[in-house]
Design a protein around this ligand. Structure first.
Ligand code: NAD
Ligand code: UDP
Ligand code: UDP
Length: 443
């Protein structure tokens, strides 16, 4: 086997970012449905950089080709316009099934199509997985919990979904997609993974899809009133896109639990545990990673996720996490989300702070720009930062969940995964991304 190496040859030859050169045995053919969308395009970026062959299918309902323009023409990359409601015959090793509009405005625009996408689209992709023996990962959602009356939401909670409300096409669509996934697992032995994704934000979110983070950032950048639905006391947990991509790839590649007796060394202790349960918005506002990862001082207490603490075998006296605690299986649904919980009003404050910071940094004259004599170019950054936008309150949409926050015990113990991005840092990245596009006139 040739050694794994990175190549900068392609990047210089074709102008791509350097992608890894993998030995043939490690290189996978990976299908990403909905790969031209927000989450899909970031996933494609990562899989391409890892050196895999990536096939994207998308009907471009909410996705954009430009999200993937960085890979057009790359020998490892292929993009096909295809609707998952129709059968697809290709040969692949892994399928990330993401195709489905995710924002309430988009998925309610054609409710029947949303249900078809989730139902018929998932059957087709599971049928494809069955034929090709590919591993299949479903991008499910925290919406399967509906308007939850258990808080935070563990995977064992069955949810509180209104089957006839305006969000039902999405919520029930994803629920049936999960049911289908486990049908193919139990009946046909398809190797499946289900990620229940909580609110995710980041660059490339469609500027008009109406989700709260993109709405607020764009409104604040343009000096428009900020729209808050209800009194803004409803809560959400916001995960930055790179954390989600880490979690999706870890889950896809996680293997079923090893035999207890065969393991020689203890598994590493999961990094979060009860601190996550206690993490408040205030903690996360000031210093999120510390509120998630125990410090040296707290690490002397065995870090046992709450859901496991009733099991006498879950943690031995050495504080390590032993394999017999692995009663979660990689085939069970896994929450991926950031356990920091914020009211919408808290989010408004953070967005205003980030927007002011980004505009102020941009307005600061550099030695190059201050001496520039290009007086014919319009420099949007030259205007002084505007005052904070006013807040306008609107009626709460029907069936809008009052609270949402993931219990990520399962993800940390199975995958050793936890979110690393503080909300403030992620918002700043996203604000800068939108600001650049506003200035160039593409948003
Ligand atoms: P998105 O709307 O940006 O991406 C969805 C992609 O699927 C788009 O490119 C769209 O064109 C494509 N698509 C839609 N219907 C299709 C069809 N019938 N055939 C082929 N392609 C189709 O949304 P996103 O935020 O990137 O979400 C991706 C996935 O993650 C979705 O399944 C969504 O339910 C799930 N998810 C996202 C979030 C989040 O906060 N972004 C939260 C929970 C779950
Ligand atoms: N399917 C597909 N690609 C394949 C294999 C199957 O799109 O490579 C579709 C197929 O059209 C079918 C669905 O997946 O509608 C479910 O396939 P399965 O084999 O489970 O069911 P069956 O074909 O027996 O109805
Ligand atoms: N929301 C808001 N202003 C907006 C858009 C959304 O206050 O401009 C609220 C919305 O009512 C919900 C929360 O923000 O309570 C998150 O909405 P989003 O559509 O982003 O995600 P979801 O409701 O699907 O979690």
């Amino acid at each position: 086997q040739p050694p794994v190496s990175t190549s900068s040859r392609r990047s210089s030859m074709y102008g791509y970012l350097p992608t890894r050169l993998l030995p043939v045995a490690e290189k996978k053919r990976i299908l990403v449905t909905g790969g031209a969308g927000f989450v899909g395009s970031h996933l494609v970026d990562r899989l391409m950089l890892m050196g895999h062959e990536v096939l994207v299918i998308d009907n471009f309902f909410t996705g954009q080709k430009s999200n993937l323009s960085q890979w057009h023409g790359h020998p490892n990359f292929e993009l096909i316009r295809h609707d998952v409601v129709q059968p697809l015959v290709v040969e692949v090793d892994q399928i990330y099934h993401l195709a489905c509009p995710a924002s309430p405005i988009s998925y309610q625009a054609n409710q029947v199509k949303t249900i078809k996408t989730n139902f018929m689209g998932s059957i087709n992709m599971l049928g494809l997985a069955k034929r090709t023996k590919a591993r299949f990962l479903l991008a499910s959602t925290s919406e399967v919990y509906g308007d939850p009356d258990v808080h935070p939401q563990p995977e064992t909670y069955n949810g509180n979904v209104n089957p006839v409300g305006p969000r039902a096409c999405y919520d029930e669509g994803k629920r049936v997609a999960e049911t289908l996934t486990y049908g193919y697992y139990y009946q046909d032995g398809v190797d499946v993974r289900v990620a229940r994704i909580f609110n995710t934000y980041g660059p490339r979110m469609h500027p008009h899809d109406g989700r709260v983070v993109s709405n607020l950032i764009l409104q604040a950048l343009r000096g428009e009133p900020l729209t808050v639905f209800g009194d803004g006391s409803q809560t959400r947990s916001f995960m930055f896109i790179h954390d989600l991509i880490d979690g999706l790839i870890s889950l896809m590649n996680a293997e079923p639990p090893v035999d207890v007796g065969s393991l020689q060394t203890p598994l590493p202790r999961p990094p979060q545990a009860q601190n996550t349960q206690a993490a408040s918005a205030a903690d996360i506002l000031t210093d999120a990673p510390d509120s998630i990862i125990p410090s040296e001082a707290t690490a002397t207490t065995p870090a046992v996720p709450t859901a496991l603490s009733t099991s006498s075998n879950a943690a031995a006296s050495d504080g390590y996490f032993h394999p017999d605690a692995h009663r979660f299986d990689v085939h069970t649904p896994v929450n991926l989300g950031n356990p920091g919980e914020f009211t919408i009003m808290e989010l408004v404050q953070l967005v205003q702070k980030c927007v002011a910071k980004v505009k102020a940094q941009d307005a600061r004259p550099t030695s190059a720009s201050s001496s520039s004599n290009h007086s014919d170019t319009i420099d949007a950054s030259a205007s002084p930062p505007r005052a904070e936008s006013e807040i306008r309150f609107f009626a709460m949409p029907k069936d809008d969940p009052k609270q949402r926050r993931p219990d990520i015990t399962r993800a940390t113990s199975l995958l050793d995964w936890y979110p690393r991005w503080k909300l403030e840092d992620g918002l700043e990245e996203m604000t800068r991304w939108y600001w650049e596009r506003i200035k160039e006139g593409s948003v």
